[in-house]
Design a protein. Structure first.
Length: 308
């Protein structure tokens, strides 16, 4: 962490020396901070060894290849069919951050505690092919949408097609050992595309807890806390609005705590500091997305917001 005082406002995007601050940093784990890379062992070329019984029955490698292939198929289906994912990709393209399925999406083996993620040093989003139950399309789409939102905010600050850092603005990484079904893929892709959208739209510094808290609030609000999520977790059938807000607050704080070396109290403090402003920022959907019908309506209305 830097000694400078943190601000909850991203730096001036017109200052060239502040652009793409994350791509110039070394985010490799150290004794002070691991930046959440513990959960993504393949990020630095580590090889996941199959269990002894998998070697004995000779199905470990083939199963991994099958799971990864299923994950990649689900990503392709989400990009072609899911309205929320299509909206975010359209929004990114309209501001010069067009995503390429071969470059910007990747399925990887992950720790069982996560289903996806976003790598700030390379602006890569992660989907776990081994941890998403039943290959759910909704989970994969949510992770994609979350990651695209981060990339959108980051890239929109100032884009130069001749700058390789700009061209590599966002890669969606999917953990293929946890993502099997289309529903899982849709949910996780949606979530991670929110983060990608945010990184494309604003100059976010991932060493700033307030910045990370804000994009986590947006991702949880727009992709992860549906009507049923809020009611199931908070048992608030007749107080949905309050339950949905608490769902967003809880998930954002948990996500922040997982990627930063901070306590639960510190995570909630950062989330609460930015909550109102970030919770009410619903771009590019223009509404809170509580179900797939909301996604479809937002996609139909995309041209009103300048998205093709």
């Amino acid at each position: 962490m830097s000694d400078k005082q943190e601000s909850d406002v991203p730096s001036d995007t017109r200052k060239s020396q502040d652009l793409y601050t994350n791509s110039a940093k070394d985010f490799r784990p150290n004794k002070f901070e691991d930046f959440g890379y513990f959960f993504y062992p393949q990020r630095f070329g580590n090889i996941v060894q199959p269990k002894w019984y998998e070697k004995f029955f000779s199905y470990g490698k083939s199963r991994e290849l099958l799971n990864k292939s299923l994950c990649e198929q689900n990503v392709e289906n989400c990009i072609e069919k899911h309205p929320g994912v299509k909206l975010l990709l359209s929004a990114m393209k309209s501001i010069g951050c067009e995503a390429n399925i071969l470059r910007h999406f990747s399925c990887e083996y992950c720790d069982k505690a996560v289903k996806g993620g976003f790598d700030p040093s390379t602006n890569q989003s992660i989907l776990c092919y081994n941890t998403i139950e039943n290959h759910s399309k909704d989970e994969v789409a949510k992770e994609l949408m979350s990651s695209l939102l981060q990339s959108y905010d980051y890239c929109r600050a100032e884009y130069n097609m001749f700058d390789l850092r700009h061209l590599a603005c966002t890669q969606i990484i999917l953990c293929h050992n946890r993502v099997y079904e289309y529903e899982d893929c849709a949910e996780i892709l949606s979530h991670e595309l929110v983060h990608a959208f945010d990184y494309c739209r604003a100059n976010i510094d991932v060493e700033n807890n307030f910045h990370v808290a804000c994009t986590e609030v947006r991702a949880a609000n727009l992709t992860s806390c549906s009507v049923m999520d809020a009611i199931a977790n908070d048992s608030a059938l007749f107080h949905f609005k309050e339950a949905q807000k608490e769902c967003v607050r809880r998930k954002a704080a948990l996500s922040l705590q997982m990627v930063r070396n901070i306590t639960e109290a510190e995570a909630y403090k950062a989330v609460d500091h930015v909550f109102d402003r970030c919770y009410n920022d619903t771009e590019p959907f223009g509404r809170r997305v509580l179900n797939e019908n909301d996604c479809e309506r937002a996609y139909r209305d995309r041209k009103r917001f300048g998205f093709n």
